[in-house]
Design a protein around this ligand. Structure first.
Ligand code: HSE
Length: 440
């Protein structure tokens, strides 16, 4: 398209999926149409919607609607296909079809990008189109643009974030309301926070999808979802939440991506963080991400990680950016992962055994001479040093012991815990939670 034509012609957008985020996107595009047109330099027009059914949450009068979403992907009039159907199989086919038909892609689909992004970017490159996915990570927080553009001058040291609102809501309610895990999960489902399959939230899959994308843009590595170490919050008890508080910590489910200098750590798991860190004050369904860059130092981004209009805010920002770039040559646009395709790094992703952390440990043991001595000997044999320890009083049965360790290699901790669990004076349901101080 010539630059003169671009000024007068509207950018034609097709939206596939009219659920929560789809209706939010329609509403934001319509409500802010004047301001958006001033920002792009020409209007954005919703030219075609593909949805199995209408959604009373938005007004689509006068817009062409197809019940077959593929009719949008092949519509010759469309410049940008906005994929908001979710899931991976049909979404992948839809996006690849649209790309073959010369459409640029905007998507909010974290699973699609984390699991099929490399294939999608290759297809997009071959067809000279763009793919943008800001809304896939942390909803309305512009974290990918911040990493890929605002902080592009930095070597990124690490990123650590609360990137699953449902998990954070559950942990907050457990701590503040003293409520049990299952009860709060059921409430989160009834409030509509949780994924269609809530195990994605509580077992860390949703956070791992998001961390995969964050890490690629932070470090210029290919998307490697299968290499993320994943642990959820379903084993955390109120006892752990209270013990962590006694030591001055809160338990948060974090996604952590760290450049160690000899490989990249990619892990999502419950983490003890000091109560005085800003991240530990992030409660309820809110998301927050800390980025530590060598030039800027530590930064923190906070906001709504889900919901119709917060997510639409990111979707529409991508549409605006693409609208502005339509007249720019493909090779001159910002790359999909923020690094040029021939400049991607092959830094290895470390296995969890190579990660070094401090640990919180909770054990239940028999209250008799020598039990503690045996445990501390096993820890010492595996190069593990104890930083603090509390033996709690109990009326009867096994005695709870909670301890914090200094930094230790995960592999050494695994060996020690296996030996401790084998002692017949120790209950083998030992809880261990990694600790991060989030220092710059
Ligand atoms: N289920 C997700 C969450 C929604 O709780 O954060 C946004 O990805």
């Amino acid at each position: 398209m010539k630059r003169e034509d671009a000024k007068v012609n509207a950018v034609k957008v097709g939206i596939a999926g009219l659920g929560t985020v789809g209706s939010g996107t329609v509403n934001v595009l319509q409500r802010n149409a004047g301001e958006i047109a001033r920002r792009v330099g020409r209007p954005i027009e919703i030219a075609h919607i593909g949805a199995r059914r209408d959604n009373p949450a938005c007004d689509i009068n006068g817009i062409r609607v197809s019940r077959d979403i593929f009719a949008v992907a092949t519509d010759p009039e469309i410049d940008i296909l906005v994929e908001l159907i979710g899931g991976t199989d049909t979404a992948r086919e839809l996006v690849l079809t649209a790309i073959k038909n010369g459409k640029h892609i905007v998507t909010a689909n974290k699973a699609l990008i984390a699991e099929h992004g490399n294939e999608i970017f290759q297809a997009a490159h071959q067809n000279g189109v763009d793919v943008a996915f800001e809304a896939a990570v942390a909803g309305g927080i512009p974290i990918l643009k911040s990493l890929g553009e605002g902080l592009a001058a930095n070597h990124i040291n690490w990123v650590a974030g609360i990137i699953n609102g449902t998990g954070n809501y559950i942990l907050t309610e457990m701590e503040q309301g003293g409520r049990a895990f299952q009860e709060v999960l059921e409430e989160a489902q009834s409030l509509g926070y949780a994924e269609a399959d809530p195990t994605f939230d509580v077992e860390g899959v949703d956070a791992a999808h998001k961390l995969t994308i964050i890490a690629s843009i932070a470090f210029g590595i290919p998307l490697q979802f299968s290499k993320v170490y994943m642990e959820g919050i379903s084993r955390i008890t109120i006892e752990d939440v209270k013990s962590a508080a006694q030591f001055g910590y809160r338990i948060k489910h974090l996604g952590i991506a760290k450049d160690t200098g000899h490989g990249i750590e990619l892990r999502v798991h419950p983490t003890l963080i000091p109560r005085e860190t800003m991240l530990s004050a992030v409660n309820g369904v809110m998301n927050a991400i800390m980025i530590d860059g060598d030039a800027v130092g530590p930064t923190m981004f906070y906001g709504a990680g889900a919901g119709a209009e917060p997510t639409a805010s990111a979707v529409v920002a991508d549409i605006i950016e693409m609208g502005r770039a339509l007249t720019v040559d493909h090779d001159e646009r910002v790359r999909y992962l923020g690094f040029h395709a021939d400049q991607m790094s092959d830094d290895p992703i470390l296995t969890i055994d190579d990660v070094s952390c401090s640990f919180y440990l909770r054990l239940h043991v028999q209250d008799k001479p020598g039990v503690l001595a045996n445990i501390t000997r096993i820890l010492s044999d595996n190069h593990i040093s104890i930083e603090a320890m509390v033996q709690k009083e109990t009326e009867e049965g096994l005695v709870p012991i909670v301890m914090m360790t200094h930094k230790v290699l995960e592999g050494d901790m695994n060996a020690a815990l296996a030996a401790i669990a084998a002692l017949d004076t120790v209950d083998n349901s030992i809880m261990r939670i990694r600790v991060e101080t989030l220092d710059a």
